[in-house]
Design a protein around this ligand. Structure first.
Ligand SMILES: Cc1cc2nc3c(=O)[nH]c(=O)nc-3n(C[C@H](O)[C@H](O)[C@H](O)COP(=O)(O)OP(=O)(O)OC[C@H]3O[C@@H](n4cnc5c(N)ncnc54)[C@H](O)[C@@H]3O)c2cc1C
Length: 418
């Protein structure tokens, strides 16, 4: 049977038991992606008894399928966040995003040194409008004291990437790339070493007060944390109405020759353009191009996907016309309307985090930390996130078609490069 992803073929995966019992604990985490595992790890380290329930396997959702792009910051501009929390707290969000990168580095060194974390990131633009917006972002970061990022012109792009497709961009030394499944599995092991119990094949069917029910057992918990993101489904309808599952797809090529790899990635940085339906790519440790693209709001796999992905690759790197695609998969990203993560509580003992809007690799770790902080110490930082109002997506049968229509216009603009 073919592996699910290149990640599954290059990670050391061990199976965990199904919940076949009735248990009591302090914290029951639902969902075994980066948010759930980080919550479990942070809570267990703070002395809580933790049980985590995952319906499939650890990393089954977006966390085991992502592009591995370690992107600092939020998907929304800080100016958008300021509209909810005010100027002063806007700066706190900027600092929290920086702290989240430091946490990821520290956690990787401690729990997952094999996760191949490499820093260095190239944000690219396709036209003057995007370039000017990126210049303002870079200036804002400098203004807040983060002076690492620097703009590069169109002619300088070639020093960083073997492509003539782009208009210029920004180098960010505090973003980078990682093997996301190795990272997640390392954190999972860390959570177990700190005392958390992780169950797989244990889908939560119902939450009733403090009781979390699966088909073969239940957990009675003082605190419950929903970490199911785009895979939540109907388990908690209020939460689900605040996010839209959007499919993104990844292709991994055959191994590249050393000379081709050096031509297209002369500085070994992770890369993304800044379209809404963006292309993002990087070189894996075994010298393959890992290329992600697209945002299907219908969540249906587009017909002829391999051909489409190959055309996109060749548009950037014409010398790859004859390259073979060895792996292809997709997954669901949870996005919110304002692109700010939705982190908070449903009641005094029920917490949640979701909707990282494509910036989850870094921010999920932080979400787990502030939920653990709120449960065990103080909820000051969680309260900042709770100030952000998240609108409900228009429901019913209109929810998806309306978005598809909106998205097509965005894609048309991006295609026309206007
Ligand atoms: C193709 C793709 C590429 C991406 N690329 C990037 C990238 O390069 N950089 C970046 O920062 N972000 C990226 N993202 C987004 C990032 O992966 C997510 O933001 C992040 O992994 C979300 O983690 P999570 O734990 O919140 O959700 P998930 O990883 O989706 O985990 C949710 C888990 O909950 C489980 N679950 C659901 N319902 C139940 C239930 N009833 N009972 C028990 N368990 C349940 C699911 O099985 C799943 O394992 C990408 C996402 C995708 C899909």
């Amino acid at each position: 049977m073919p592996s699910m992803t290149w990640y599954h073929d290059t990670a050391n995966i061990s199976k965990r038991h199904r919940l076949n019992d009735d248990l009591h604990c302090d914290v029951c985490v639902i969902g075994g992606g980066l948010t759930g595992i980080s919550t479990a790890l942070n809570c267990a380290e703070r002395g809580m008894d933790v049980v985590l329930l995952e319906s499939e396997t650890i990393g089954f959702g977006a966390s085991g399928r992502s592009g591995g792009q370690v992107v600092q910051g939020f998907a929304a501009d800080i100016s958008v966040i300021e509209q909810y929390v005010g100027k002063e707290s806007g700066y706190t969000f900027f600092q929290m995003a920086r702290e989240a990168v430091d946490d990821l580095k520290e956690r990787t060194a401690r729990h997952a040194p094999e996760a191949d974390l490499r820093m260095g990131y190239l944000h690219l633009t396709l036209n003057n409008r995007q370039f000017k917006a990126m210049q303002s972002l870079c200036a804002a970061w400098h203004g807040w004291g983060y002076t690492g990022p620097k703009m590069i012109t169109r002619s300088e792009v070639r020093d960083w990437l073997g492509s003539d497709r782009y208009f210029g961009g920004m180098i960010d030394p505090e973003s980078g790339q990682i093997h996301p499944l190795r990272y997640l599995l390392g954190l999972a092991k860390g959570a177990e070493e700190a005392g958390a119990i992780l169950f797989e094949d244990s889908a939560v069917r119902k939450v009733d007060g403090t009781i979390v029910q699966t088909d073969s057992g239940l957990v009675n918990a003082k605190y419950i944390v929903y970490c199911c993101n785009a895979y939540l489904g109907k388990l908690e309808r209020k939460l689900y109405s605040k996010i839209m599952p959007v499919a993104s797809f990844i292709s991994v090529t055959e191994q590249l020759s050393a000379s081709l790899a050096a031509t297209i990635f002369p500085r070994d940085v992770a890369v993304a353009d800044c379209n809404l339906a963006l292309d993002y790519f990087r070189l894996t440790h075994d010298r393959r191009l890992l290329f992600g693209s697209g945002a299907s709001y219908s969540t249906i796999v587009p017909p002829g996907l391999i051909g489409t992905m190959k055309r996109k690759i060749v548009r950037i790197f014409p010398e790859m016309a004859n390259i073979r695609i060895d792996y292809q998969w997709g997954g669901l990203i949870g996005i919110t309307i304002n692109r700010i993560p939705d982190i908070g509580r449903l009641s005094n003992n029920t917490f949640y985090a979701q909707g990282f809007s494509g910036h989850g690799i870094v921010l999920t770790g932080f979400a787990g930390k502030i939920i653990a902080e709120a449960i065990t110490a103080n909820d000051k930082r969680l309260k900042l996130f709770e100030k952000i109002h998240h609108q409900t997506f228009p429901g019913g049968w209109l929810r998806t078609p309306a978005l598809i229509a909106g998205m097509s216009w965005v894609k048309l603009r991006e295609w026309l490069n206007i």
